[in-house]
Design a protein around this ligand. Structure first.
Ligand SMILES: NC(=O)c1ccc[n+]([C@@H]2O[C@H](COP(=O)([O-])OP(=O)(O)OC[C@H]3O[C@@H](n4cnc5c(N)ncnc54)[C@H](OP(=O)(O)O)[C@@H]3O)[C@@H](O)[C@H]2O)c1
Length: 197
């Protein structure tokens, strides 16, 4: 696992996930840090990208464009950057799973930055599935995942599923895409039907 604070939280991650987990610190907005961490990790079977940018819901005209660019730099360009550096370490029958999100598909007011990031991520997923084959490239698009504020918990009662997703329900989609050797360029939507209402 890797994130800005993963190395310093290694013990907590080991307790939560698996005792032998390796944790590396890297900021996905830095080519130097990404390259150094990947060199330390070495050979990669599968690459899963889940970094989330700091972003507030705001009307388009109230957004500071520099904050929007920074969010793009973490999530969209972060994925782009990590893939470029990771390819030389990734095995030929390995795979990449990106993360999109419901705002790339369904229009929510005040969510234009996540809309462009997630839309671009899904487009990148399809292009790279063609260009990087036989490496498989897919994406997961979560809906609304626990925990959330009371108002979103209330909103989720209107979904066909009637509730938020658990973390495990989203994690299962990543595991499925890692194992599904004939799935390429797919964005797997896991939203309990939220995009349909
Ligand atoms: N949760 C939802 O309801 C939901 C819905 C739709 C889509 N998504 C998408 O799912 C993905 C994961 O979301 P989440 O809710 O799991 O987010 P999260 O719990 O906030 O985790 C995001 C992780 O990203 C890491 N990170 C942030 N900036 C980074 C950077 N510059 N470099 C390296 N790591 C960085 C953070 O670790 P450090 O602070 O240690 O760096 C953190 O562990 C995101 O792409 C999000 O847009 C989530």
């Amino acid at each position: 696992m890797a994130s800005r604070s993963a190395a310093e939280r290694r013990q907590a991650l080991a307790d939560l996930i698996a005792p032998g987990i390796e944790a590396h610190s890297l900021d996905v907005t830095s080519d130097t840090q990404v390259e150094a961490a990947l060199r330390a990790i070495g050979r990669i079977d599968h690459l899963v990208f889940t970094a989330r940018p700091e972003i507030q819901s705001k009307p388009f005209l109230e957004i500071d464009p520099e904050q929007a660019k920074s969010a793009c730099d973490t999530k969209f360009w972060g994925q782009y950057r990590v893939i470029r550096h990771a390819l030389r370490f990734l095995r030929e029958d390995g795979s990449i799973v990106l993360t999109s999100g419901i705002a790339g598909d369904k229009v929510f007011r005040n969510s234009s930055t996540m809309a462009i990031i997630n839309g671009a991520t899904e487009a990148l997923c399809k292009s790279l599935a063609v260009e990087l084959a036989p490496v498989r490239v897919n994406a997961v698009s979560p809906g609304f995942v626990e925990p959330k504020t009371p108002s979103i918990v209330e909103y989720a009662k209107r979904f066909p599923s009637g509730r938020l997703a658990s973390e495990d329900e989203i994690a299962n989609a990543y595991i499925h895409l890692l194992e599904a050797t004939y799935m390429m360029g797919v964005t797997m939507v896991v939203d309990g039907g939220a995009r349909l209402i």
